[in-house]
Write a protein that binds this ligand. Structure first.
Ligand SMILES: NC(=O)c1ccc[n+]([C@@H]2O[C@H](COP(=O)([O-])OP(=O)(O)OC[C@H]3O[C@@H](n4cnc5c(N)ncnc54)[C@H](OP(=O)(O)O)[C@@H]3O)[C@@H](O)[C@H]2O)c1
Length: 238
């Protein structure tokens, strides 16, 4: 599997931002390996457009390790890994229930940890500088009273961004993108979500392309590593 622009592994490509960015990567001439948990029409579309699609449950260690072996059997080098898969899961009301934290630890931290360490050899084989991009969240460092497990594990992923950036320079750049609300979730209450949209100074629902622009900037800039890029409509001004 080879392409002039190299092969990119992107997780959670079945819908929304992952699907959008996988499409844009294909249009830009990259080979794409796209992972999904639940099959979707978007996955069929990516496959038809030439992507290799792999099913993986990234909150199960065995499934993560299996994905790693599958990627190694498909390609000998990687231009980039984009950790997009994520669970927007609120904290449990039961104080003894550890499930959301355990689940999100695996998905947001263990999966990137295992994938980055196991596939570093493929990134190193890429003839030019390669990239790892972690999708985090505006709330990662701020915290969230109802999504504490989500925010904490995204904060952990921001820490891993800096550790891996130190470890893998200069061969591989490692950066995070930390969005505020980009597109609303179907299950978000419309009124509440619309209020949320108006909090940042920019006050709009920007749509997926602002993430593609950020991703594209990171992939093309040879001197940016260990950063977390806010894409937040100016929330730091609040
Ligand atoms: N959209 C926003 O406004 C926004 C704001 C802040 C941060 N972000 C970050 O940007 C990224 C993309 O956001 P999004 O809104 O497009 O996310 P999303 O709609 O929640 O989609 C998440 C993706 O992750 C996959 N996924 C979830 N749990 C998984 C698991 N256990 N194993 C494997 N895959 C799993 C889902 O797969 P299935 O559909 O197959 O289950 C889906 O493709 C995420 O990292 C998110 O935290 C987004």
């Amino acid at each position: 599997m080879s392409s002039q622009k190299g092969t990119v592994l992107i997780t959670g490509a079945s819908r929304r931002l992952g699907l959008y960015n996988a499409r844009r990567l294909l249009e830009a001439g990259y080979r794409v390996i796209a992972t999904f948990r639940h099959h979707s029409s978007g996955i069929d579309e990516l496959k038809q457009a030439g992507a290799v699609v792999l099913q993986s449950n990234l909150d199960e260690t065995r499934s993560i390790l299996n994905l790693i072996e599958q990627v190694k059997s498909i390609t000998s080098d990687l231009r980039a890994i984009i950790h997009n898969a994520s669970g927007w899961i609120s904290d449990s009301d039961n104080p003894q229930d550890n499930e959301p934290l355990a689940h999100l630890f695996k998905l947001h931290m263990e999966a990137p940890w295992l994938i980055n360490r196991s596939l570093y050899g493929l990134l190193k084989n890429y003839p030019e500088t390669a990239d790892i991009v972690h999708m985090t969240d505006y709330n990662a460092l701020r915290g969230d009273e109802h999504y504490a497990a989500y925010a904490a594990t995204k904060a952990g992923l921001e820490s891993l961004t800096r550790s891996f950036a130190r470890l893998y320079a200069p061969k591989v750049k490692v950066n995070a993108i930390a969005p505020y609300l980009i597109i609303m979730n179907d299950h978000d209450q419309l009124a509440a979500a619309e209020n949320t949209l108006h909090i940042p100074p920019m006050g709009l629902e920007p749509g997926e392309d602002v993430i593609w622009q950020s991703l594209s900037y990171i992939l093309h800039n040879p001197y940016v590593t260990g950063t977390t890029m806010p894409v937040d409509g100016g929330m730091s001004l609040r």
